[in-house]
Write a protein that binds this ligand. Structure first.
Ligand code: PLP
Ligand code: COI
Length: 340
């Protein structure tokens, strides 16, 4: 793709050649279809448009040093996609079909997988919507799954450089016993206002506090939160956050590297005791956080000296190394895509 400036790609939508689709109707999933259209024909009364029956996923394919294309942990995304669907009463897509669709959509768009060494990757976006025409508030009968791809660069403009975030007790993205653990559109709609407030004030993201007690850290917009203290990697245990696959992977790598992993409540008062803090996710990868401003108290917390901390760097390099095929994939996380 000679006309794409791979090194300066933002995190955004770039049209590609094909997407794949699968429809559930009459009580069964149909065949995987390949489409070259960027549009979805839909009835104006479709359930997703009125009552938000929509779930999505985000995973990535990487071009390795050896030229191979690897998709990272698609089985985990398949399982979470199913859980998200079940969480809002949608028909869950069988995990085998999810994986088949991911392999197909990547194989059909290999010319959009960014070259090794550019820092960019191919973002894979599966989504499911309820499509039955209805006005009553009840689960749809029919569903459509679409998976499209887009080459992307870093989610936070700073990339792997410390970013600035803010926190406030005045905004929640989810309810205590709500849908925070599911990756559904409604959670993101609910986060837009706080996100824009953070952006307008010059922060990359809002760091959410737990919605029940307002005492503990939850997560960072569209990424999980972590802190590092000595040799410990500490990340929130909470029912109102998305179980991040990146975070799960980092916990494993931290253990492999001899660190202690703690998944527990992180009280706000503990923040000042961390050596390093950061956000992690498929889009965010590992984004070091250099400053957290508390909008309610005016207090500012600073971390590091303007550069990513040593432990965050070590974990980042290990994770990227596995994704790019530079490090042995000891946990079997990558699926290599056969190129035609
Ligand atoms: N938290 C939220 C709210 C997200 O949207 C994401 C992105 O997927 C994450 C965390 C990170 O999850 P993962 O590492 O599985 O991409
Ligand atoms: C991801 O990390 O995959 C996300 O979905 C983040 C965001 C773009 C919603």
């Amino acid at each position: 793709m000679e006309n794409i400036d791979w090194k300066n790609l933002p995190f955004g939508y770039v049209p590609t050649d094909y997407n794949v689709r699968c429809t559930f109707s009459d009580g069964k999933w149909g065949p995987i279809e390949v489409s070259d259209s960027e549009y979805i024909p839909m009835h104006m009364a479709a359930a997703c448009l009125h009552y938000g029956q929509e779930a999505f996923e985000g995973l990535k394919a990487f071009r390795g040093a050896d030229g191979k294309i690897r998709v990272f942990r698609m089985d985990e995304n398949a399982a979470r996609f199913r859980r998200s669907a079940e969480g809002i009463m949608m028909e869950p897509l069988p995990e085998e079909i999810f994986c088949e669709m991911v392999k197909k959509v990547v194989a059909l768009n290999t010319r959009f997988v960014p070259p090794y060494g550019t820092g960019a990757s191919l973002y894979i976006r599966p989504l499911e919507i309820g499509i039955s025409p209805q006005v009553g508030v009840k689960p749809s009968k029919d569903y459509m799954v679409v998976i499209f791809v887009s080459p992307v660069g870093p989610y936070f403009k700073t990339g792997f450089n410390p970013t600035k975030v803010c926190m406030s007790r005045n905004y929640d993205r989810v309810a205590p016993l709500g849908t925070g653990a599911f990756k559904i559109g409604g959670n993101y709609a609910a986060s837009l206002k706080a996100g824009e407030i953070a952006h307008d004030k010059g922060y990359s993201v809002m760091l959410y506090i737990d919605p029940k007690e307002k005492k503990y850290f939850d997560e960072c917009g569209a990424a999980n939160f972590f802190g590092i203290k000595g040799n410990s990697y500490i990340t929130p245990h909470s029912d109102s956050i998305l179980p991040s696959i990146t975070n799960k992977s980092i916990c494993q790598l931290a253990e492999d590297l001899g660190m202690t992993v703690e998944r527990r409540h992180i009280p706000i008062e503990e923040l000042e005791t961390f050596d390093e803090v950061g956000a992690c996710g498929t889009a965010a990868v590992i984004s070091p956080v250099g400053q957290i401003d508390d909008l309610d108290t005016g207090r500012s917390y600073k971390f590091g000296d303007g550069k990513p901390g040593p432990k965050s760097t070590m974990l980042y390099e290990k994770l990227r190394g596995i994704q790019l095929g530079e490090e042995p994939d000891t946990h079997g996380w990558n699926v290599v895509i056969e190129e035609k």
